[in-house]
Ligand binder design. Structure first.
Ligand code: ATP
Ligand code: FE
Length: 341
């Protein structure tokens, strides 16, 4: 739950986050049916807890925000149904929010960054450079042509028998590793523009792992650490170089302002944050990276995106649909609030 105070600042009253990693651990990946059921089972409790922590009764809230996509559809449908039920029962306005807009607008929640700014959205399923000009105005200027870095971190963790989610465990292992032991590729650096690729890097890590001598109990900890460090260094190099190019492009599109922002789960990685800060500084730009808990998925960013939307958009109605795919720069009717704008 969020509140705007008298001076226009946004306060987070509560942001309840519940993960499901333990439910999927035995299957080596997310099982859609389990994910949908787990959402349906826990949503009421999360709503209750959010109201409790914020010490606000349901009838005192002004509006209800819900992620309407993109994502694994069972979970999104559960959320949308729950929000519709709340809207119907309370008569409060309902806002269906694009999950990626939630990530991309977070620097305004945490640091009140003015539009426009350059956003590197780097998460479990996405990696893209966006020129963010308004709450509903995103211009994509490049991104991954295959995998997202988050899914690559998760895959590498599986290859190295490290726990899920892979990002934090690979980052932790990398701290004990030697980055230069394995020679890993930096894909697409020889190509102009700011498109990226991470799938070849994943395969290179797989090959390097398969070439290692193993203990009976699995990989040696130093091998896990060195491969983690090598992989992370390659991701950092690719993101840094491509961000530098995106900044040049951004300066041409928007010469007057210069802020580089980063968001999404992978933006919680300290090595990535540190390097991007240097890139921003070298390009004469400011740098904003939200606190770690607001980089990975969270409730506050969706509430904030709704606050931004409420200023000049009508609410959605009960025909609001859950969308498995929803590109940020596509001005589809659903993105404009049930086509009412
Ligand atoms: P998307 O936002 O693209 O739909 P998502 O919502 O599943 O994907 P996020 O919560 O935004 O993903 O991010 C989760 C991803 O971030 C996971 O792949 C996870 O491994 C990665 N991640 C989290 N912490 C770190 C870290 N410290 N270093 C690298 N990656 C990280
Ligand atoms: Fe996300």
């Amino acid at each position: 739950m969020l509140r705007k105070n008298a001076s226009g600042e946004t306060q987070i009253l509560s942001s309840i986050v519940r993960g499901q990693d333990s439910l999927h651990a035995a299957y080596g990946g997310v099982v859609p049916e389990i994910a949908a059921r787990a959402h349906a089972e826990i949503l009421d409790l999360c709503v209750e807890e959010a109201l409790d922590v914020a010490q606000t009764p349901l009838q005192d809230i002004d509006a209800i925000a819900v992620t309407a996509g993109p994502g694994l559809i069972g979970g999104v449908v559960s959320g949308v149904m729950c929000a519709k039920g709340l809207a119907l029962a309370t008569g409060k306005p309902l806002y269906g929010i694009n999950h990626l807009a939630g990530h991309a607008l977070t620097p305004r929640l945490t640091d009140n960054v003015p539009f426009p700014y350059l956003m590197l959205l780097v998460s479990g399923g996405h990696c893209q450079f966006l020129l963010v000009k308004g709450p509903d105005d995103f211009k994509r200027i490049g991104g991954t042509i295959d995998d997202a870095p988050g899914e690559a971190f998760d895959k590498i963790a599986r290859l190295l028998a490290l726990p899920q989610p892979g990002g934090p465990s690979v980052e932790q292992a990398a701290q004990r590793g030697y980055t230069k032991r394995f020679s890993l590729p930096r894909p697409l650096l020889d190509r102009t523009g700011c498109d990226m690729s991470f799938s070849g890097l994943k395969t290179a890590v797989l090959r390097a792992r398969d070439g290692l001598v193993r203990d009976q109990g699995g990989l040696y900890p130093q091998d896990q650490a060195d491969l983690s460090a090598g992989f992370q260094a390659a991701v950092v190099d690719v993101l840094a170089e491509k961000t530098s190019r995106a900044m040049h492009q951004y300066h041409q599109l928007s010469p007057s302002t210069a802020t580089l922002c980063v968001a999404g789960g992978v933006a919680a990685n300290m090595a990535i944050r540190a390097r991007l800060e240097t890139v921003a500084r070298d390009n004469g730009a400011g740098f904003v990276a939200p606190p770690l808990a607001l980089c990975t998925d969270n409730a506050a960013m969706i509430g904030f995106a709704a606050l931004e939307r409420m200023a000049d958009h009508p609410p959605d109605d009960l025909t609001l649909a859950a969308r498995p795919r929803w590109p940020l720069d596509a001005k589809s009717p659903a993105m404009l609030g049930s086509g009412k704008k």
